[in-house]
Design a binder for this molecule. Structure first.
Ligand SMILES: [Zn+2]
Length: 445
């Protein structure tokens, strides 16, 4: 892998000092960020330059990013990537009816190859909206991993486990095999978790078993928590307390946990999440579309809980656009609290990058542009009418930008999209495959 030198770019570092560097350079070497600063270049030789770096002289590919903004790639902290196959298939239904009458029957028809093509489509879509890492929970995870490998993305992958299903034991075994096979693979871009779906599909005894296995594997857990009032009410009826409390008693939070939704939480629930360092994935569009509610994000942030942003699956969103998701997150909490200061642009951008990275367990490796971090970097074109004048780039990224403004995406030091052209995925083939498969899954010929 050759080095890459990004030149003359506005760098939104997302480091602890919230530093924004004007006209800076970023040097990428061996998939990592080697240096960030001004004038990193030395003698120019066409498009290949000799770069002055500590140690031996090296050659680098140069990207002139004049007029662009560099920021850490977005982390989509919760999705079901292959559900792009069901985009627009079932809308405007309550969650339980949506799952039971539409999504679960269609999912029973899924094949491994369907999941491969559906995931590849979502990788294409996510890269185009600046996502470099996504946390996924689904089935046929070997195929999801293959799609991650090919697309060049970073994935935190877990096989969804339904404890009440007849094949639950077999699924858990399959999930364990998946973790052993794929953890750390694809040049380190894949990490794995175990994925007990939720308390309403996984009784506490099953959760306990999954936690024990995760501990032995040394992996974290990805779960849905308190998505709807119905989930909380039924959990209290069945087990005597809230999902958070029941899961805590089952030992779930002893390990690293990524918890999707967390919409209906009591003060005590939030204290537990804070105490155990649980990472939360906030999915504002999905929560609005399924009328689940609005998560108490400002309160969670105030209590020191790490909250990232997720799109959830394309069947409940219906796109995987993180720019849109980030803006909705910044807006929605203002109106529910009637306080325009409650979640500023900087916090929303942090949730989509640094906090997301931390929530999915990769906080030390990605989420900011700093030497030593992995090179997951996106370039945003600021030479557009809605990005002028440049009063405040962070404000523009959250309140004005479109995902179409993202021109170049680098993941693990590899350019996967260049000036709007995806380099790793044959888009036409993917569109065709998904179209044909989606018709079959919907029961049409
Ligand atoms: Zn979900």
């Amino acid at each position: 892998m050759s080095d890459i030198l990004i030149k003359n770019v506005t760098i939104v570092t997302m480091n602890e000092r919230d530093e924004v560097i004007q006209g800076g350079d970023i040097l990428i070497s061996d998939g990592k960020i080697a240096a960030v600063g001004a004038n990193l270049r030395a003698a120019a030789q066409g498009s290949v330059e000799t770069v002055a770096t500590p140690g031996p002289e090296r050659h680098a590919r140069v990207i002139d990013a004049t007029g662009k903004i560099a920021l850490p790639g977005f982390v989509n902290a919760h999705t079901h990537a292959a559900m792009t196959l069901f985009r627009g298939y079932a809308d405007d239904l309550p969650l339980a009816e949506w799952l039971e009458t539409k999504i679960w029957p269609a999912e029973r028809r899924l094949t491994a190859d369907d999941v491969y093509w559906g995931t590849l489509l979502s990788c294409d879509e996510m890269i185009r909206s600046g996502v470099t890492t996504f946390a996924d929970q689904y089935f046929f995870m070997d195929k999801v991993a293959e799609a991650v490998e090919i697309s060049g993305m970073r994935g935190v992958l877990s096989r969804g486990l339904i404890g009440v299903a007849p094949g639950a034991e077999g699924s858990l075994k399959e999930a364990i095999t998946f973790c052993r096979r794929w953890n750390g693979k694809a040049g380190g871009r894949i990490s794995t978790m175990l994925g007990p779906h939720a308390i309403y599909t996984c009784p506490p005894v099953f959760i306990e078993k999954v936690v024990k296995e995760a501990e032995m594997l040394g992996v974290g857990l990805h779960i849905h928590i308190s998505e709807t009032q119905k989930e909380v009410r039924e959990c209290v009826e069945r087990y005597g307390s809230s999902p958070v409390k029941v899961l805590k008693d089952a030992g779930l939070f002893e390990l690293k946990v990524l918890a999707a939704h967390c919409v209906h939480l009591s003060r005590e629930d939030m204290e537990i999440l804070a105490q155990f360092g649980v990472g939360v994935a906030h999915n504002p569009t999905s929560n609005l579309k399924l009328a689940s509610g609005i998560a108490p994000v400002p309160e969670m942030l105030k209590m020191g809980i790490t909250v990232g942003i997720g799109t959830d699956g394309a069947a409940s969103n219906n796109n995987l656009d993180m720019v849109e998701e980030m803006r909705l997150c910044a807006l929605i909490h203002k109106v529910t609290s009637l306080d325009p200061t409650v979640l500023p642009a900087r916090t929303a951008l942090r949730m989509a990058t640094t906090f997301g990275a931390r929530a999915v367990g990769l906080g030390k490796m990605i989420g900011s542009i700093e030497p030593g971090k992995l090179a997951d970097i996106i370039l945003v074109d600021a030479h557009r009418p809605h990005m002028v004048p440049a009063h405040d780039v962070v404000s523009h990224l959250v309140y004005a930008a479109h995902s179409d403004d993202i021109s170049t995406v680098i993941i693990n030091g590899q350019v996967v999209m260049e000036e709007g052209r995806i380099l790793t995925i044959d888009e036409e083939r993917v569109f065709e495959e998904v179209q044909t498969r989606a018709r079959r899954l919907a029961g049409k010929r």
